[in-house]
Design a protein around this ligand. Structure first.
Ligand code: PTJ
Length: 251
């Protein structure tokens, strides 16, 4: 049992959820490595949502609200870390979920689907009857009624090839990735450099705030956002945080 006042409570809880996910057969073993990499970047960021991430989260909410056919892609790490959060976000922006995993086994895909249903998910795309052009591995197979025909796709903790292929299909691709240098972060239409455990509730919060705004206002938020500039600010944020830490450390 991790005490709530432990200075790294959130990070340790995330570890527990991921290891529990592996034990239940929801999260792949590679998910542990991905989590470790994410943790390292979160440490560099300062384990908090930065101003640039908040800007990206608000823009993501506007994009999802304006979408005609938004879909949220769920993999083994996402299902373990934020099952209720993505279901709630899907409900607010009217986006069904689609289970799409990189290290695919039918058994794990089915367990993730059941896990999401047990948390209250209503609509989950599970068919794999369409292919993303240019992606030959398992993750290229998607639901013809889901990701394949979506106009806006939220793909957190994604692999670079598929992110690029979805952008090449003309979709608006939103990703959440703690590593601002990853291929996914660099190729998505909109990159949120934040921990998914903080990003999903933040996007939901903005979506609730923006839900009743006029479409023009939502378009203006998207127009004003520059992903390249925001990514550069995220990298600058890491440098500034490290400088702050070195200035604080005893000489
Ligand atoms: O369940 P599967 O088979 O689809 O596999 C999922 C993983 C995540 C294992 C798979 O997609 C993978 O190997 O991903 P990568 O290539 O390791 O990329 C994951 C990215 O997500 C890395 O850049 C990490 O820094 C980042 N990341 C990891 N944990 C978090 C994160 N970003 C935000 N929040 C996190 N908690």
């Amino acid at each position: 049992m991790i005490p709530k006042d432990h200075p790294r409570y959130d990070s340790l809880m995330a570890r527990e959820k991921i290891t529990e996910g592996v034990e239940k057969g929801i999260t792949g073993i590679m998910g542990l490595i991905a989590q470790g990499r994410g943790e390292a970047f979160d440490y560099l960021i300062g384990e908090k949502t930065t101003q640039s991430a908040l800007q990206a989260e608000k823009t993501a909410a506007a994009m999802l609200l304006l979408a005609e056919k938004p879909v949220i892609s769920v993999n083994g790490n996402v299902a373990a870390l934020v099952p209720s959060g993505i279901i709630e976000l899907g409900r607010i922006v009217d986006a069904p979920l689609e289970v799409n995993i990189f290290y695919r086994t039918e058994e794990r895909a089915e367990k993730i689907t059941q896990h999401l249903h047990s948390h209250g998910a209503a609509r989950i795309y599970t068919k794999r009857d369409a292919g993303i052009p240019g992606i030959n591995h398992e993750r290229g197979k998607v639901d013809s009624g889901g990701i394949f025909c979506a106009d806006v796709v939220l793909v957190p903790l994604e692999d670079g090839d598929r992110c690029k292929a979805l952008v090449d299909m003309g979709k608006t691709v939103i990703t959440i990735d703690l590593n601002p240098l990853s291929r996914t972060a660099q190729t998505a239409t909109l990159t949120i450099v934040d921990n998914i455990t903080r990003a999903i509730p933040a996007i939901s919060g903005f979506a609730l705030e923006l839900k009743n705004k006029k479409q023009d206002e939502l378009h203006a938020i998207i127009r004003e956002f520059d992903n390249k500039k925001n990514l550069a600010e995220s990298i600058d944020g890491i440098t500034a945080h490290l400088r702050h830490l070195t200035q604080q450390s005893p000489k």
